[in-house]
Design a protein around this ligand. Sequence first.
Ligand code: FAD
Length: 463
Amino acid sequence: MAARQLPLLPALPSPQAVDAVAEALVRGGSGVTLLREGTDLARLSRDFHDYSPVLTPLLAGRQAQLAVLAVTVEQVMAVASACAREGVPLTLRGAGTGNYGQCVPLAGGVVLDLSGLDRLRRIDPHSGVLEAEAGCRLASLDGALAPFGRALRLVPSTWRTATLGGFIAGGAGGIGSLRWGFLRDPGNLLGLEVVTVEREPRLLRLEGRQAQALNHAYGCNGILTAVTVATAAAVRWQQLVIGWNRWSAALEAAQRWPGTALELDALCLLEAPVAAALPWPQGCPPPEPGEHRLLLLAAPDALAPLAEELAERGGALRWSEPQGQSGGVPLRELCWNHTTLHWRARQPDWTYLQMLLPQPEEALIAAVSERWGERVRWHLEAVRQGGCPRLAGLPLVELASADELDGLMDFCRERGAVIFDPHALTVEEGGLGVVDADQVAAKTRHDPAGLLNPGKLRGWSER
Ligand SMILES: Cc1cc2nc3c(=O)[nH]c(=O)nc-3n(C[C@H](O)[C@H](O)[C@H](O)COP(=O)(O)OP(=O)(O)OC[C@H]3O[C@@H](n4cnc5c(N)ncnc54)[C@H](O)[C@@H]3O)c2cc1C
């Protein structure tokens, strides 16, 4: 069970220590931008943790004392050196779209905005392997890959704004997870360039497995300055919206299609009340009362077999447009945590959970619905876990207290679900709940004074 209180934290650094960091950066001619105003500090110390009624009060008022905007690796090294010399905590930030307060500084100090490190370094025309600086936006990388007939394998639904470094350090998967699994699956992340936090910072290149310890570590064990990832052959994905009257028939399709030879990049199933709350793309009719919706990104050659499947299973194609050519909200901004975003725009008191559902999924879904009724609404996403198609659940829940949320999570765990708790602060609780010794060892090597993102790596705090 996740701790519902702040971990033991170092004392806030003194204003003098923070001033000394700023002075060192100015005196050393680093050329970084320094922001010291309250509004800038508040803005750059926030992410999307207000999805969680548990994290919101816990993180209230937590903010950096100095924000630094870097645009080069040399500047990042200068910031790392100054923080190490003064013993000032350093929290890293990409676009700040994380959901769990990952880039909220718990112990004050410096927040380093890396979104200015936005240079593409190389795309290998033969393999499609891409290396880019950590602050590159995922959407602009896809734009650069397109002329090579390539595309990113995995993107979050925040693809338009999120950075590559933030996705690797804070994300898990998303669109594409149906084909490529999760970021931590071997073969997705190929290498990292990393700056250590020491008086004399080192610039390291970590390849293959060495890089994995920094994958999804919330920037606790090294500053990513560049990332190398494998890419996929580009496909002209078709966005499809399918309506179903019967939930069981829609769920059956969601269980079946990911295991077929239909080429799909995303499959998202929404219970009727959730579907009714979403903004639909231009030209897509809103759902009829009681209509459940299944959203697909499908390859053009999947359309004919899908039409046969629909005829057999009673689903109705409501709308179809190629990705990138439709008006209004694109389908990829209706799925994953964008579903939560749209739902909460109407129901701000609701929150959500994240889990891998046990198979077959019906039993857990029915048990939860029987116990919590309309206070839990289902949103499912198809993923590949360990090479096998599975359904992940991101249910929307009208449960406000930590006890109620824990009760629902325990209920699901007891029935075989794997929970990724979005109401927890640490890397471990947001993941599989266990300490990863490699992540802690990497922190020892790259951040020996424990200055990076204090409080977020439980294995370090408890060592
Ligand atoms: C509406 C919505 C939908 C979302 N959908 C998805 C989804 O589909 N899949 C998914 O995985 N996530 C999703 N997220 C979470 C988040 O958007 C993604 O994980 C995103 O990739 C984070 O990128 P960012 O640049 O905003 O990172 P930030 O939020 O800025 O940072 C995330 C973490 O990475 C660390 N970090 C940032 N840059 C670096 C760096 N260069 N070096 C080391 N550490 C660094 C930060 O300290 C922080 O701990 C969603 C969030 C929202 C609000």
